[in-house]
Ligand binder design. Structure first.
Ligand code: KIV
Ligand code: ZN
Length: 432
């Protein structure tokens, strides 16, 4: 991705534990329009869905779950609109979710009629608690639901030979399922989906509820990768939620453990505490010198569209995207940032204290980096005068003037903007 030239060389040879770093970006699947949408107080309108879909395409997602058309008329209508108005770029695959129930699978294919390529995502819950308390079924019965669903998915696909199909199966609540049983169900499904239609197959392993530390989830993924029958065209996907606050970490460790695909949402909107946040994981890769294959260089546009469609504000400390994440108020941080920026020459790799990446890479401005309040010091005040007014102060004056700014900030109790700093400077030294 030409925009994303890693700012640090990838020093693969320095890495002593190559399986303990991610070497390349996984395939991403954005599920904002399905998992994200189903968790909203006010589900998205078709117009909002279209806006968010267009953003996801612009950012570079090639797989986008657009809804659950058999369960929701707006989702059905949105799917038809995308197909009939030819709004899906040729390199993008839409994905739709359905439970493994015959009437829902039939209706799902109706929604997809005429699509050039699509992922049919079928799921049923396999966890011990759901088997015992929700369905009152034994292991065999629940496995049969998956197998029957997989059979029907395959059978109906043959009626639409002009569509390039991918089949996806999720043992929902995988993290609450006995591993040997999960592997047994997965093997039974992939046996049905042998690629005789030329279709690709995705096995998606959800942390429907995040139940353990991320290393445990990664161990579960590794175990499944080692113990299922591996087949051609089979991709292992993960879908993590954030109940323990570790959705991104779990997805990252799962990729190190063998997953090659990650489902999530922009800013992590989704059921309960949300899905894993694709922005954070993609930018984590970027900050390690790995091309995320997504273009996040206009973060303001991304947060604007996500906020408009979900009606959820971005937290000011949201990694990479929040208003305050590239801002320093404290004197020692400001001083260090100022010195590192001055030390830098054009073309140098990014290496600035307190700023893990160059804010410019996300379309952020340096003006927001150094902001002044009562905790700021001489470095910060000098930086603002230099940056905004080309006024460079000798050290003794920096000390004196910053004390004056600090007093003002203590009185006002909040932030002192650049205009006020300049006015104070003029009043004090230029007699204006
Ligand atoms: O969290 C989950 O288990 C899901 C499945 C339907 C994949 O969203
Ligand atoms: Zn989910």
């Amino acid at each position: 991705h030409s925009k994303y030239i890693p700012f640090q060389p990838v020093r693969k040879t320095d890495r002593r534990w190559p399986d303990q770093v991610i070497q390349e970006a996984p395939t991403w699947c954005a599920v904002d329009l399905r998992d994200g949408n189903q968790a909203l107080v006010k589900p998205m309108t078709v117009a909002q869905k279209q806006r968010l879909f267009d953003l996801l395409v612009k950012v570079g997602f090639k797989e986008i779950e657009i809804g659950f058309p058999a369960a929701s008329q707006p989702d059905f209508d949105f799917c038809r609109k995308l197909i009939e108005e030819d709004r899906i770029p040729d390199d993008v695959r839409i994905q739709v979710l359905t439970q493994a129930r015959p009437e829902l699978i039939e209706r799902t294919y109706k929604a997809l009629e005429g699509s050039k390529r699509a992922i049919v995502h079928v799921y049923n819950s396999t966890s011990t608690v759901q088997r015992q308390q929700v369905f009152g079924m034994d292991r065999e019965g629940v496995k049969q639901i998956a197998v029957n669903g997989a059979r029907l998915v395959k059978e109906i696909a043959t009626r639409y030979p002009d569509t390039d199909w991918t089949f996806q199966y999720s043992p929902e609540s995988f993290t609450g399922t006995e591993l040997d049983y999960a592997a047994e169900v997965v093997d039974a499904v992939t046996e049905v989906w042998r690629p005789d239609l030329g279709q690709k197959v995705i096995i998606n392993l959800p942390a429907t509820v995040e139940m353990a530390t991320p290393n445990v989830f990664a161990d579960q993924i590794e175990w499944i990768c080692d113990n299922i029958r591996r087949r051609e065209h089979l991709s292992i996907s993960v879908h993590t939620h954030n109940d323990r606050g570790c959705g991104v970490a779990a997805a990252e460790l799962a990729v190190m453990a063998g997953a090659d695909r990650v489902e999530g949402t922009l800013m992590g909107n989704g059921e309960r505490t949300g899905n894993m946040d694709l922005v954070t994981m993609a930018m984590n890769l970027y900050s390690q010198g790995i091309d995320p294959t997504l273009d996040l260089s206009n973060m303001a546009e991304i947060t604007d569209v996500v906020e408009a469609c979900t009606e959820i504000a971005t937290h000011p400390r949201h990694p990479y995207a929040g208003e305050l994440v590239f801002t320093a108020f404290s004197g020692s941080h400001q001083d260090a940032i100022r010195k590192c920026l001055a030390y830098r020459s054009e073309g140098d790799p990014w290496n600035v204290a307190y700023l893990p990446i160059d804010p410019h890479d996300l379309g952020r401005r340096y003006e927001e980096v150094v902001r002044i309040n009562s905790q700021s010091g001489k470095g910060g005040v000098a930086h603002v005068l230099e940056r905004d007014y080309n006024i460079s102060l000798p050290r003794w004056l920096q000390i004196e003037f910053s004390q004056c700014v600090q007093k003002e900030a203590e009185t006002n109790g909040g932030e002192i903007d650049s205009l006020t700093i300049h006015r104070l400077f003029e009043q004090r030294y230029l007699d204006v």
